[in-house]
Design a protein around this ligand. Structure first.
Ligand code: FCB
Length: 557
């Protein structure tokens, strides 16, 4: 059943005006780094080399890498669902989201030269996704040129000594999987539209197709690739694509029949994970890292630091604590519980009840992705009735939104708070719940235009990882999100997550202070005391350079 964890500290709503004023004053010197921490220089944190993500031999190893996803970076691709979803209506698309994905960051044509960015920083691994819609733009029609493209990218990575980690499914589909223009799918599944996960006839076909795609990639790339991630942030993705409808295919079930409409989608998605896991294991024959396993297969989870809240204050009211625990359970735990145990809690009551054939034990490692801390309230029964809770997400405020621990922790572009110790909280929680499962931070980062803030987020994340490792939590690496600025899904191009900034006029990439700092750490295999003193700790961060209303965006206004 649900478990309770003590809450962290947070400033009260009453202090907000003062905090906002402080944030504004600090913005005057927004391009400067915060002053070094007073007191003695903290000790350096040395890193062993990269190792296996799943074998016992990989314990104690550590990867320093960067991550990206195909749709977010690659040049225009009319075969993806994001293309038709965001293409303006007068051009025949649905005009959804903040911007048309278009050429994203031209990461397809520049793929090989972009390897130099990883090399310059001395990173030892790159996590990226292969675009399914490029490989299979039409059902069962494989594009060999696209396979050859990723082949060349893999060769370039291997030659540079950079371990590839391939994500199979990162928030995008070929249009024919679930056409966002025809979500009612009236005629039933056809080759042009399989009707997507959760559809009674189409769901099983989609699962089969994803497994075939996985087998093809493992067969072609397995000699150079050991590390595979099947799914990226399953719960988050499904919430956006099938819950709120803000991602393609744009189906919104969250406020309707959650159990009847949303849970079948989740069931199919996790069945697809199991099928893909088995397909990769069967088809991958090369043991590139020599750990005795041809393929180390995991998935990446979005884990947030949920805090019980009421009326904009941290709360210890049992209703809110219960709501917080249910939120942590469905968001942070449900997917992993299901994949390890093979049974889904289909009525979300805290106990598994539905057998998912072929799913039990299909997880060699768990990717953890941490971006934010947020409040959850149980007051008034909640906007998610089945779970009787209301979280503070996307600026929607029904009393669950909390003031950031410090105003500089607000990430205005994303309307949430990035609180570094939240990473420690989720890692220790997951380490305790799944002690035998190796963890790796496959994403963490910040949307900011201030290089010093990115440097701070990197150094502080590594400090929090170290705290967790010191307790024995088996964390095997850190991948910064992202290698360079890109298409941030429904948010468009405004949030900038890159170690390298992208000039969207010329597509030139330029290093931020984040790239310099991560590079220094990776090349020296140490987070030095000097870097910690300059960027680490729990002091306020360098303020964001943008709008004064920034802080307000984290308060649900
Ligand atoms: C994660 C996604 C990734 C990126 C970051 C900012 O949820 O996995 O693609 O959008 O957020």
């Amino acid at each position: 059943m649900y478990t309770h964890r003590p809450q962290g500290r947070a400033a009260g709503r009453a202090a907000l005006a003062a905090l906002a004023a402080l944030a504004l004053a600090a913005q005057a010197c927004s391009e400067e780094t915060v002053a070094p921490a007073p007191g003695p220089t903290p000790p350096g944190i040395p890193y062993a080399g990269p190792g296996s993500l799943s074998a016992a031999s990989g314990k104690g190893s550590f990867r320093l890498g960067a991550a990206s996803a195909a749709t977010q970076i690659e040049d225009r691709n009319p075969a993806t669902d994001w293309y038709v979803f965001t293409l303006p209506e007068d051009e025949g698309g649905l005009g959804k989201g903040a911007a048309f994905v278009g050429d994203a960051a031209r990461g397809y044509t520049k793929a090989i030269e972009d390897v130099a960015l990883l090399r310059e920083m001395g990173l030892d691994s790159y996590r990226f996704s292969v675009e399914w819609a490029r490989i299979e733009p039409r059902r069962d029609a494989v594009d060999e040129d696209a396979l050859a493209h990723y082949d060349r990218l893999l060769d370039a990575l291997v030659e540079a000594g950079i371990r590839p980690v391939i994500t199979l499914h990162h928030f995008s589909n070929p249009v024919w999987i679930d056409d966002p223009r025809h979500t009612d799918c009236a005629p039933g599944p056809t080759d042009e539209n399989l009707c997507g996960f959760g559809h009674p006839e189409g769901g099983p076909l989609v699962i089969e197709e994803l497994a075939e795609h996985a087998a093809l990639l493992a067969e072609r790339f397995g000699d150079r690739v050991d590390d595979w991630g099947t799914l990226n942030e399953p719960f988050n993705y499904l919430l956006a694509a099938y819950g709120a409808g803000t991602f393609p295919p744009g189906k919104a079930t969250l406020f309707g029949d959650l159990l009847g409409d949303f849970v079948p989608v989740l069931r199919d998605y996790l069945l697809a994970h199991g099928a893909a896991y088995r397909a990769i294991k069967a088809a991958d024959r090369g043991d590139a890292d020599g750990d005795g396993e041809a393929a180390d297969v995991g998935l990446s989870l979005s884990a947030a630091d949920w805090v019980a809240a009421r009326d904009h204050q941290p709360s210890d009211d049992p209703e809110d604590v219960g709501a917080r625990d249910r939120m942590a359970y469905v968001y942070n735990h449900l997917v992993v519980d299901t994949v390890l145990g093979g049974q889904l809690d289909s009525d979300l009551d805290g106990a598994p009840d539905l057998e998912l054939p072929g799913v039990a034990g299909t997880l060699d490692w768990l990717g953890v992705q941490y971006y934010f801390r947020a409040g959850v309230t149980g007051k008034l029964g909640g906007i998610v009735p089945v779970l009787a809770l209301t979280p503070c997400v996307n600026g929607l405020d029904f009393g669950a939104c909390l003031a950031p621990v410090d105003p500089t922790f607000c990430v205005p572009a994303m309307r949430y708070e990035h609180h570094a110790p939240g990473l420690y909280n989720v890692l220790t929680d997951l380490g305790e719940r799944y002690p035998a499962l190796p963890l790796v931070v496959t994403e963490s980062g910040i949307a900011t235009e201030v290089g010093a803030r990115r440097a701070e987020v990197i150094v502080r994340a590594l400090e929090q990882i170290e705290r967790a490792r010191a307790l024995g939590v088996d964390v095997r690496g850190y991948y910064h999100w992202s290698l360079y600025d890109n298409f941030e899904w429904a948010e468009g191009f405004a949030p900038r997550f890159g170690l390298y900034t992208v000039d969207y006029g010329t597509y030139e990439r330029s290093p931020t202070l984040g790239a310099e700092v991560l590079g220094e750490i990776a090349r020296g295999r140490e987070l030095t005391g000097a870097l910690r003193a300059a960027h680490g700790g729990d002091r306020p961060m360098t303020p964001e350079a943008t709008a004064p209303e920034g802080l307000e965006r984290c308060l649900g206004n």
